[in-house]
Design a protein around this ligand. Structure first.
Ligand SMILES: CCC1=C(C)/C(=C/C2=NC(=C\c3[nH]c(/C=C4\NC(=O)[C@H](C)[C@H]4CC)c(C)c3CCC(=O)O)/C(CCC(=O)O)=C2C)NC1=O
Length: 169
């Protein structure tokens, strides 16, 4: 698992370079957004159950066939498992904010996920829509709380969306 700093240092060490202008700029931007990243993570921590519930409700109202007989989230067990998956995506997104890096998502969340979903008939396109809905809800909450520099908020969600959507082709 890597974070913004270890990744940068590793890259410079490989080529034996001192931290140059570009490295300093990247470090500055990471430290300048640091407080906001931690604030956003704390905000999600305090509202996680709510965010997951709201995201699920909107997903199932946009795609009601998911919870009808034959739908992948039909039955209480699968409904709950779907919400659990959304909760995983949310929790790991907060780790990625704090790390300033999406590596944790590749390693802990996305690896092998598409294969698992395919083998269980979980519709990846609908999962991607669910992550997009959750991103919107989280962005609104973070902005409403007045957390500065919220540009980083979307990053982990966009990364998961991109990776899942891409590997589904
Ligand atoms: C921390 C990293 C991590 C992730 C991401 C993860 C996902 C994950 N989701 C699973 C199942 C599942 N995932 C869903 C999700 C959905 N179905 C839908 O229709 C919706 C579109 C969607 C919710 C948004 C469902 C319904 C199942 C159960 C499928 C089944 O057993 O038939 C499974 C199979 C094992 C299980 O049932 O627990 C895994 C491994 N597990 C992990 O450890």
């Amino acid at each position: 698992m890597q974070d913004a700093i270890t990744t940068l240092i590793k890259n410079y060490d490989i080529t034996g370079r001192y931290l140059d202008r570009e490295a300093i700029d990247r470090l500055k931007s990471y430290f300048e957004t640091g407080t906001a990243r931690v604030q956003a993570a704390a905000l999600v921590n305090a509202n996680a159950a709510d965010i997951v519930r709201q995201s699920g409700s909107q997903l199932f109202s946009d795609l009601p066939e998911l919870i009808r007989p034959g739908g992948n989230a039909y039955t209480t067990r699968r409904y709950a498992t779907c919400l659990r998956d959304l909760d995983y995506f949310l929790r790991y997104a907060t780790y990625a904010w704090v790390a300033g890096n999406t590596d944790v998502l590749d390693e802990r969340v996305l690896q092998g996920l598409r294969e698992t979903y395919n083998s269980l008939g979980v519709p990846v396109g609908s999962v991607v829509i669910g992550i997009g809905i959750m991103k919107q809800i989280v962005k609104e909450k973070v902005e409403a709380a007045g957390v500065a520099d919220s540009g980083f908020v979307s990053e982990p969600f966009d990364h998961m969306i991109r990776e899942l959507a891409e590997t589904d082709v």
